[in-house]
Design a protein around this ligand. Sequence first.
Ligand code: PLP
Length: 404
Amino acid sequence: MRPIIKSNKLDTVCYDIRGPVHKEARHLEDEGHRILKLNIGNPAPFGFEAPEEIVRDVILNLPSAQGYCESKGLFSARKAIVQHYQSQGIFGVDIEDVYIGNGVSELIVMAMQGLLNTDDEVLIPSPDYPLWTAAVHLSGGKAQHYRCDEESDWFPDLDDIKSKITPRTRALVLINPNNPTGAVYSRDLLLEAVEICRQHDLILFADEIYDKILYDEAQHIPAASLSDDILTVTFNGLSKSYRAAGFRVGWMMLSGNLKDAKSYIEGLDMLASMRLCSNVPNQHAIQTALGGYQSINELLIDDGRLKVQRDTCVELLNQIPGISVKCPKGAMYAFPKLDAKKFNIRDDERLVLDLLKQKKILLVQGTAFNWPEPDHLRVVFLPHKEELEKALIEFGEFMDGYRQ
Ligand code: PLP
C-alpha cells in the first residue's frame, strides 16, 4: 500500500502544548513514573472542582438531553449568556448572536474557517495561546504575530500591531486576561486596540476565557463593552472560571456592527449546523454557572488557594538565579524569563525534555506559544502550595548548572 500522508493543510499547523514532550511524558507514565504536570490549565485534577450546583444541573437534565438541540445551542443557555453580557454593559445582543460550542477551542476554529481566504492575515499576540495561530493556518490564513512587551507588563505593543497591518489583514486577536503571560489589559489599551480595528476595518476577536480569574484587584474590561461600531466576537466558557474543562462548553458572542457582517454570519451559521450542535447535557450548566454563586472568588482572595499558589510561584521563580517573572494579574500561568547570558539556551524544547527526564516535571517551552526566542517557559500554578514549592525548588536545582 502507498504510504498514507497527512493533508498539506497541516504543514504549518502546530500545537506544541500537547506536542513531542507531552508524548514523552505519557511514555514515562506508562513506565510507571509519576509526572508533575505543570503544562496544561486543567483545574479539576488539582482538586479545583466544578461548583456542585452546575454538576447537579447536568445530572438532573441528563435524561431529557438525549436529542440534538438547535445548532447554536439551547435557548435557555444562550438567553443566560445574553443576560450575563447585558449585566456587563453589552446591549443589543440577541440570542441568535450567541453560538455554543464544544469548548472555546471548537469555536476558534469555526470562527477562522468561516472567515479566511488563502493568505488572509490575522494579528495574533506573541506569546499566544497557540490554538489561535494553528486555527488561522488550518484555515489557509497567515498569523502575523505582534509582540507583547514584557517590560510593559506584557501589554501588546500597539506600534508593532500597526506596523503589521496590510491590505490582507482581517482581524486582531486579544487574549485578556492573557495565557501565557497573565497580563490583564487596561481600558486605555483596549480602547486603542478598538480604534485600530475601527480605522482598518478589522474584526476584534476577544478571547476572555479567564475573565473571572483576577488577582490584586485587577479589573477585567470586556472588549465588547467599548464599541458598537466594529464587529467584536467574544469567547468564553466553563473550562476555567467554573473548573469544568471536561464538560467541553464554550460560547462565542457577536456584537457591534453585525449589519456589515451578514455574509460572515451566514458562514458561521452553516459551520454551526454542519456539526449539528454541541454537547447538549452540559449546556444545562451554563445558566446556573453564570447566574449562580461565583465560587471562583473564594480562590482569589488573599488566602484563597489560587492566589496563594500564584504568590508562591512568583516568589520561588524569582529566587532562582537567572530567572525572573512578571507577576501575573490573571489566569493560572507564569511565563518566566531565562537570562540569555547565564543559560544560553538554544533549544527550549530540549530544555523541557531534559527537565522532564531528570525531575519528572512537565513544563511547556516558550516557543510553543509562538514566542520567537528560546528564553521563556510556561509554568501552570495549579498544584497545592507544598507540591508547587517542591517542584520549583527542584526546577531551580535543575537549572543551576544546566548546559546544552
Ligand atoms: N483560549 C485560551 C486563552 C485558553 O487558554 C484555552 C485553554 O486553555 C482555550 C481558549 C480553550 O478552552 P476550551 O476548554 O473552552 O476549549
